[in-house]
Design a protein around this ligand. Structure first.
Ligand code: F6P
Length: 342
């Protein structure tokens, strides 16, 4: 059986471990051969391929990024795309199946193609951990690790200068990275898109920390909007994919916190640092197991399904499980973390 594999959407630590897991399990357990498409759906539609032998995937699990490259090309919106275009590409390369590794957009495209009869399986990917159908996504643990290390560093410089330090982490729609990073680093406030919090409450947490002789630490997810500060609501426009431009919430909050509390405040945006570099051991293992699971799905011809982590097991769920609703931080997880604020 010949199998195509591609990575699509934003990159994520662990993508290479998925590719290696699929290729090794495919070759060893199922007599499969793998062809990689470069740059996501663009490579599928434009015949950009690379043969993936055991030799090519050797040692790549620890590498960040994706050896296949990625793009935000949509299989239906691109020229020559749609089910007919993708089916023709599989045929041109003599492929019996396609493994699509990606986030919500990629998996939605994969589901639509599978519904139209194409032999496609999925692997869920996002550092934000906000996809439904799976308990965790690979890349999240790495992002939290990087965030925690960065905030540990911000703490010592903050303490030396008696400053409040604001760290902005990724999380467009969900605050998982902020919540876990904040808990791990002992933040005095964690601000996430799911929870509307007033500036007065933020200032109170910061002030309480300072009263106890601490350098206040605030972790804010890029998608957070305070309840009542009009100046931080100004949109930054749209990016080239038509999505609102995020980033900058930390910089916008810092002067307001400084003004309200009288504590000198500095902001740092971690940005794409959280997505780059080597994955943690946890993410390498999770990603490898997901890749191996994808090869098993292909061997069993379970089209329209994806691998998912349930507890400690890799299971198989329909692609729509990832698409039904965004997995946001539930109230009880926020309330639990909030006991530690201030
Ligand atoms: O994968 C999701 C994410 O990490 C978001 O948290 C962030 O808003 C987005 O990617 C940024 O991606 P890019 O800059 O690649 O468009």
């Amino acid at each position: 059986m010949r199998v195509g594999i591609m990575t699509s959407g934003g990159d994520c630590p662990g993508l290479n471990a998925v590719i290696r897991g699929a290729v090794l399990n495919g070759i060893k357990s199922h007599d499969q051969e793998y062809v990689g498409f470069l740059d996501g759906w663009k490579g599928v539609l434009e015949d950009l391929t690379v043969d993936l032998s055991r030799h090519v995937v050797r040692g790549i699990a620890k590498q960040g990024g994706t050896i296949l490259g990625t793009s935000r090309t949509h299989p239906y919106n691109a020229e020559g795309g749609g089910a007919a275009g993708v089916a023709a590409a599989l045929e041109r390369h003599g492929l019996d199946a396609l493994v699509a590794i990606g986030g919500e957009g990629t998996l939605a495209g994969a589901k639509r193609l599978a519904d139209e009869g194409l032999p496609i399986v999925g692997v869920p990917k996002t550092i934000d951990n906000d996809l439904g159908g799976t308990d965790y996504t690979f890349g999240f643990d790495t992002a939290v690790q990087i965030g925690t290390e960065a905030i540990d560093r911000l703490r010592t410089t903050g303490e030396s200068h008696h400053r409040c330090m604001v760290a902005e982490v990724m999380g467009r729609h969900a605050g998982w990275i902020a919540l876990h990073t904040g808990m791990a680093a002992g933040a005095h406030a964690v601000l996430i898109p799911e929870q509307k919090v007033s500036m007065a409450q933020i200032a109170e947490w910061v002030g309480d920390a300072e009263d106890r002789g601490r350098a206040p630490l605030v972790v804010v997810a890029e998608g957070f909007v305070p309840e009542d500060a009009d100046e931080v609501h100004t949109p930054l426009g749209l990016d080239r994919h038509g999505r609102p431009r995020l980033g900058g919430i930390g910089d916008r909050l810092a002067p307001i916190i400084e003004e309200m509390t009288g504590i000198e405040t500095r902001a740092t945006t971690l940005g794409h640092i959280q997505r780059g570099g080597t994955p943690t051991a946890f993410d390498r293992v999770l990603a490898t197991r997901m890749g191996m699971g994808a090869a098993d799905l292909v061997a069993d011809g379970e089209w329209g399904r994806m691998v998912a982590l349930k507890g400690t097991d890799i299971e198989r769920v329909p692609l729509e499980a990832a698409l039904q609703s965004l997995k946001t931080v539930p109230q009880h997880r926020y309330d639990e973390a909030a006991i530690l604020f201030g």
